[in-house]
Write a protein that binds this ligand. Structure first.
Ligand SMILES: Nc1nc2c(c(=O)[nH]1)N[C@H]1C(S)=C(S)[C@@H](COP(=O)(O)O)O[C@H]1N2
Ligand SMILES: [Mo]
Length: 322
């Protein structure tokens, strides 16, 4: 199946002007009723783009960066993985209890070939590629990390998503025995995230199995995590056990926790501040710079990947759909 087909709106959904006007009159009448106001519902589904817009070659310009890389010891000791505690140095010690093998992933929902596969079967025949990406956390720090992984699209295509697969939902393992952080209801466990189908199929979107040429350490989301470099780090969900094709925008943990602060899209954007802090700059944790007092650099639209991903959001009001 090709992505164009996935995204194309069926002819049956095209509304001619008469139908449109009739509906408008109907809705105008309804909204006068106190209980049936349209607030909320009308906001729930942002417009999707007409078709995919980036070629593999165009996207490839974002696969590597020459920027100074974060040291391995910093990328593996300064982590966010709330299943193992909320302090930055919690996961590197507490996640040692995470058993990453055997591991299986349940793939299902709107697709022709659902199934639960071992990690080996899920990735069979796919060669891990190196991608050197910027990672920008919504908290205002960033890293440059060499990942090993496969394009998410290459994995998703095997399950033959159908035309109702408009979004992809991801779920992290939630096992109280292995994950001490689950005692705290900081998040409505399991940790969940989601992407629009075109974002999931974008060549920059990676399913990572390694980091710095080695297998992923537990604290970085072993054995399988998402990496979406143009979005705030919390979209890059760790230790994935389920991938589901869905018709409607899925539950996303941070968005559900505080929708006014964490949007569904969560595209990195220096012009849309977090309600409690500026997103205009970031502390770049790279090279020998100290973790706490790393150099502050300007944040870039879509984390510097605007050339590769900007067209997916053409015409979208990024302030409203943050
Ligand atoms: N399951 C799960 N995935 C998660 C998180 C988490 O707490 N739980 N934290 C997110 C956040 S906020 C960030 S910034 C990145 C951090 O990835 P890193 O620790 O590998 O740098 O992971 C994201 N993925
Ligand atoms: Mo983050």
């Amino acid at each position: 199946m090709n992505l164009r087909d996935v995204l194309r709106i069926p002819a049956s959904e095209i509304t001619d002007e008469q139908v449109y006007l009739h509906r408008r009159r109907l809705l105008a009448g309804l909204s006068a009723l106190p209980v049936l106001g349209m607030t909320g519902c009308a906001e729930a589904e942002p417009p999707a783009p007409p078709a995919p817009v980036v070629s593999e070659a165009e996207a490839a310009s974002g696969f590597k960066t020459d920027e100074v890389q974060t040291r391995y010891e910093d990328a593996t000791t300064y982590n966010n993985f709330y299943e193992f505690g909320t302090a930055k140095d919690d996961p590197s010690s507490a996640a040692r209890t995470l058993r990453t093998a055997p591991w299986s992933v349940a793939v299902g929902g709107e697709c022709a070939r659902p199934g639960t596969l071992s990690l080996d079967d899920l990735l069979k025949g796919l060669e891990p590629e190196e991608r050197i990406y910027r990672l920008r956390c919504v908290e205002g720090w960033s890293m440059v990390i060499p990942w090993l992984g496969v394009p998410l699209a290459d994995v998703l295509k095997r399950f033959e998503p159908n035309s109702d697969a408009r979004y992809v939902a991801f779920t992290t393992l939630a096992d109280r025995e292995q994950m001490p952080g689950l005692r705290y209801r900081s998040i409505d466990w399991p940790y969940r995230e989601g992407l629009r189908i075109d974002e999931a199929m974008h060549p920059l979107t990676l399913l990572a199995t390694g980091i710095y040429g080695r297998p992923l350490p537990q604290q970085n989301g072993a054995p399988l995590r998402l990496v979406v470099p143009w979005k705030y780090g919390f979209k890059s969900i760790k230790s994935i056990v389920a991938i589901t094709f869905v018709k409607h925008r899925p539950h996303c943990s941070w968005n559900a926790l505080q929708p006014s602060e964490y949007g569904f899209f969560s595209n990195v954007n220096p012009d849309v501040d977090h309600p409690r802090w500026s997103q205009g700059s970031e502390r770049r944790i790279a090279g020998s710079g100290s973790k706490l007092f790393a150099e502050r650099i300007p944040t870039r639209l879509f984390n510097g990947y605007a050339d590769q991903v900007g067209a997916m959001y053409a015409g979208l009001n990024l302030r409203r759909w943050f």
